[in-house]
Write a protein that binds this ligand. Structure first.
Ligand code: FAD
Length: 416
């Protein structure tokens, strides 16, 4: 068969789900077009390291053309898909159309501010490289400004850093920021007192990493407090004007920094597709990950809504996205040879969250760990999972350096 006659698989999104499926289809007789608005795959779990000046973006992102340069059945096209015609089987991007035989909707997610425009406009978020670099620049600028500010009230607001959301991202960001202050900045801003700084973690509920088992929630709280993070429970943010935030109980906190990590929803395009969406705007998928009424379309990763055996939505995690990428690739092979589609069952690999140096929590093989052992597992796993040998090596060396010399390398303010 000539290559042009092979079934055409279009994958929108080169995140964990799309990347996995594309690689898995390497030796399958299909033509693949991988479309992403960015020309790189981003390892989002380490974005907070860019935000706290530990790593540079190129250490957690890898060019797609490099990843796929030896995969002959794949073409990469940079561009943002703006619409999909599910009846005529084509997607629109860059003013042109691409027809498909099979379509993978793997567009991931974006920050959910739950309609609170003031927080979106005046706060910071952590979702992509740009937002992580924005946080880094902002944090470092606050230190510069505070170091020349004589008014103690103003200095206090500059040195108060509020992180909203007690999930894994909020926990790791607040822990890492507290370490940046206590390990690095105190050496370089001799006129600032560490005790003048406040890292405050706001959680609307009554526990950190609420979906984890009780012993890990308690261990997390203990470890976060040990890093000097001030944790506030039942603290529901209602407003923020860039200088002052307000909680639902009327309490106000003056802070020039607010990092919102309290919500994720499916990427914008999912709301414009005219398909059924469920919680957080995720596209409802069949158990085989096919779109109801469109068996040639698969929804996967953060953009897809599927429930586990207990009727709970599957979490928006890289582990879910990777496993779904594998199953969708398998289902495309099955569709081509006319065999039955395989339903998706999530195999929970365990839980892991880091708080900072020597401090993490984990539940693996039915056993709960916290502290140094969990942290070492976290470090090893994250180095292993970063795409590209060079990145793995560089991140390993940087982390070892930071570990022994208490130094975050990337303390550069790069743009206004
Ligand atoms: C700060 C942070 C920390 C996290 N930490 C962890 C963790 O520790 N462990 C864990 O398991 N998970 C973690 N996650 C979640 C994990 O990153 C996601 O679950 C995972 O990335 C989902 O994979 P995906 O392939 O569905 O989407 P993504 O990885 O988000 O990829 C989607 C891709 O689609 C592209 N795209 C979107 N819209 C379009 C369009 N219209 N046209 C073209 N391209 C488009 C995007 O550019 C992107 O490359 C974290 C997420 C964040 C933000």
């Amino acid at each position: 068969m000539n290559a042009k006659q092979l079934p055409h698989v279009v994958i929108i999104g080169a995140g964990f789900a799309g990347l996995t499926a594309a690689k898995k289809l390497r030796n399958v007789p299909v033509r693949i077009t991988l479309v992403d608005k960015n020309n790189y795959h981003l390892f989002q779990p380490l974005l907070y390291q860019v935000a706290i000046a530990g790593l540079v973006p190129s250490q957690i992102a890898y060019p797609l053309r490099t990843i796929f340069r030896n995969q002959k059945n794949l073409t990469y096209q940079m561009g943002e898909v703006t619409s999909i015609d599910f009846d005529a089987h084509y997607v629109k991007l860059n003013g042109s159309v691409i027809a498909y035989d099979y379509l993978l909707l793997a567009v991931g997610g974006e920050t959910n501010f739950f309609g609170m425009d003031a927080i979106r406009e005046n706060g910071l978020q952590l979702k992509d490289i740009e937002s992580a670099v924005d946080i880094r620049n902002h944090l470092l600028k606050m230190f510069e400004q505070a170091s020349r500010e004589a008014d103690p009230e103003k200095r206090k607001a500059m040195l108060t850093f509020v992180i909203v959301g007690g999930g894994p991202t909020g926990v790791e960001t607040s822990g890492a920021l507290a370490e940046l202050i206590s390990h690095v900045l105190k050496k370089e801003y001799p006129n600032l007192e560490v005790k003048e700084t406040h890292v405050i973690l706001l959680e609307a509920g009554d526990a950190l990493i609420a979906s984890y088992p009780d012993e890990l929630r308690k261990a997390t709280l203990r470890l976060v407090k040990k890093k000097n993070v001030e944790v506030m429970f039942d603290a529901k943010l209602t407003d923020y004007n860039g200088q002052r935030l307000t909680l639902s109980n009327g309490m106000e906190i003056k802070a020039n920094t607010l990092i919102w990590t309290a919500g994720v929803k499916a990427a914008g395009i999912t709301s414009r597709l005219g398909v059924q969406v469920a919680g957080s705007g995720r596209v409802r998928a069949e158990s085989t990950l096919q779109l109801p009424g469109h068996p040639e379309v698969y929804a996967l990763g953060d953009a897809a809504y599927l429930e586990n055996g207990n009727g709970q939505p599957l979490p928006m995690l890289s582990t879910v996205a990777i496993q779904q990428g594998n199953v969708v690739a398998e289902n495309i092979k099955r569709a081509i040879r006319g065999s039955e589609q395989k339903p998706f069952h999530y195999k929970d690999p365990g839980l892991l969250a880091t708080i900072g140096r020597n401090a993490a929590v984990a539940r693996l093989w039915g056993i709960s760990f916290s502290g140094l052992i969990a942290w070492l597992i976290w470090v090893a796993l994250h180095i292993y999972r970063i795409v590209g040998f060079r990145n793995r090596l560089v991140v390993f060396i940087i982390w070892a350096w930071e570990y022994f010399f208490y130094d975050n390398q990337v303390r550069l303010i790069t743009r206004e």
